[in-house]
Design a protein around this ligand. Structure first.
Ligand code: MRU
Length: 362
C-alpha cells in the first residue's frame, strides 16, 4: 500500500516577481484549513512564535525561507550593509523559539550561503535572493529525503502487527513531509507492519489529538486517541510494542528534548520493558552540547494551561507552569533513528558515529 504523502505545512510560491511563503495554520486544524500568506521575514517569525507552524524541522525550513524573503525586503548597497541587515534578520528569527535546534542550524546554514554569495561579489537584491532561495529549497528537499530514509530505517526496528504509541506530532506537519516518528509509522504501515497507532492527545496544545490524529486519518492508518494520563494503564493492560517520538534537540550524549510528556513515556517504557525510540534528522542533533542539562527549555504562557481556545478551565488568576519541552536522559532511550544511521543504544560514541555519513543509506 503506497501512501500519498500530500500534507505540507508550508508552500513556497512565486507570483510574478513576488515571493511568498504560505503557512498552513496548524492552530485551526483539524476543523479548518486556512493558509497564511507571508511576504516578509517578520511575518514568518510571527507564525513561528504563535505556533501556526511548529515542529523542529518545519521551523528550520520556514526560517530558511524567511531568510530568503528578507533579501527582497530591502534595497542594499554594500556588502557590509548586507551583513548587518542579515544579522538583524537572523536575530529576529532566532528569537522566535529557543528549544528546537533546527532553527539555529538553518539560520547558520543560510548565513554561510550569504557569505559565499558575498565572496562572489553578488549582492544585488536579485542575485542574493536567488542564491538564498536555492539554499532554502535545498534545506527543504534534504529534510524530505531524510524523513523517508528515517522511515525506512525505523520501520526495520518494529515487529509485525505492531501497536505503536506516539506523542505530540512529528509527522508531515512538523517537517517537510512524511515525518520523523510518523514517518517511521508511515513506512512501517506501507510494509504492512502496523496494527494500530495509539495517539497521546498531548496537553496543552493537543498536537496529538488535533494534528497526528488528522494525519493518520488522512492516510487511513488505524489509530486510537488517549489522554496523556492513560498511557501507563494502556501499557499495563494492552500490548504496546514500541513508543516512538520525534525530537527538538539531541545532545552529544543522546539526551533529548521533546514535547513535554515525552520523559514520562520513557520512564513508563523502562518500567514496562517497552522499546522507546526517537526519530530525528541530523539537523536536530546538537553536538556542541554535551548533555541534556544544557538544552534551553521554552517556558510558554501559563494561559495556555489554564485556558483552551479562550475557554477558562481553572479558577481566575490560577498560577500555572508551562514548560513546553522536557529532556529524556539517553539511558531511557533504546535507539535514536536518523538518516545517517541508528544510534543504539544512544551514547557519546554511537552518536558520534552518526557524523560519518554512510552513502548506502541515502
Ligand atoms: O511545540 P511544538 O509543537 O513545536 O513541539 C513539537 C515537538 O515536540 C515534536 O515532537 C518535535 O519538534 C519533532 S517534529 C518532527
Amino acid at each position: 500500500m503506497k501512501l500519498k504523502d500530500n500534507v505540507r505545512p508550508f508552500l513556497w510560491q512565486h507570483t510574478g516577481s513576488r515571493l511568498k511563503l504560505m503557512v498552513l495554520d496548524q492552530l485551526l486544524l483539524p476543523t479548518t484549513i486556512k493558509w497564511l500568506a507571508c511576504f516578509t521575514h517578520g511575518q514568518v517569525a510571527r507564525t513561528i512564535v504563535d505556533m501556526n507552524v511548529r515542529g523542529a524541522p518545519a521551523i528550520g525550513c520556514v526560517a530558511a525561507y524567511a531568510f530568503a524573503l528578507a533579501a527582497h525586503e530591502k534595497k542594499i548597497s554594500s556588502a557590509s550593509k548586507v551583513k548587518s541587515y542579515f544579522a538583524r534578520v537572523t536575530k529576529t528569527l532566532a528569537a522566535t523559539r529557543p528549544t528546537a535546534v533546527n532553527l539555529f542550524w538553518a539560520l547558520d546554514r543560510m548565513n554561510k550561503r550569504l557569505d559565499c554569495e558575498l565572496k562572489l561579489n553578488l549582492h544585488s537584491t536579485q542575485e542574493l535572493s536567488a542564491g538564498l532561495e536555492s539554499e532554502a529549497m535545498q534545506i527543504f528537499e534534504e529534510d524530505l529525503a531524510a524523513n523517508h530514509t528515517i522511515g525506512r530505517l525505523g520501520a526495520k526496528l518494529l515487529p509485525k502487527n505492531a501497536v505503536v504509541l506516539t506523542h505530540c506530532n512529528a509527522g508531515s506537519l512538523a517537517t517537510s513531509g512524511w515525518g520523523t516518528s510518523l514517518g517511521v509509522i508511515r513506512s512501517a504501515y506501507e510494509e504492512g507492519k502496523i496494527k494500530k497507532v495509539i495517539v497521546d492527545e498531548t496537553r496543552p496544545y493537543l498536537q496529538g489529538a488535533r494534528l497526528t490524529a488528522w494525519e493518520l486519518a488522512q492516510d487511513k492508518i488505524p489509530y486510537q486517541l488517549i489522554t496523556d494520563n492513560m498511557a501507563a494503564h494502556i501499557m499495563k493492560t494492552e500490548k504496546v510494542d514500541a513508543v516512538i517520538v520525534g525530537s527538538d534537540r539531541i545532545a552529544a550524549n543522546g539526551d533529548l528534548a521533546n514535547k513535554i510528556g515525552t520523559y514520562n513515556l520513557a520512564v513508563l517504557c523502562s518500567y514496562h520493558k517497552i522499546p522507546f525510540y526517537a526519530a530525528a534528522p541530523i539537523s536536530t542533533c546538537d553536538f556542541k552540547i554535551e548533555c541534556g542539562d544544557e538544552i534551553p527549555i521554552e517556558e510558554r504562557s501559563a494561559r495556555e494551561v489554564t485556558h483552551i481556545k479562550n475557554i477558562q478551565l481553572a479558577p481566575k488568576n490560577t498560577a500555572a507552569r508551562h514548560p513546553a519541552f522536557d529532556v529524556t536522559p539517553h539511558e531511557l532511550v533504546t535507539a535514536i533513528i536518523t538518516q545517517n544511521g541508528v544510534a543504539s543504544p544512544p551514547s557519546k560514541k554511537t552518536m558520534a558515529s552518526l557524523l560519518t555519513i554512510i552513502p548506502a543509506l541515502n
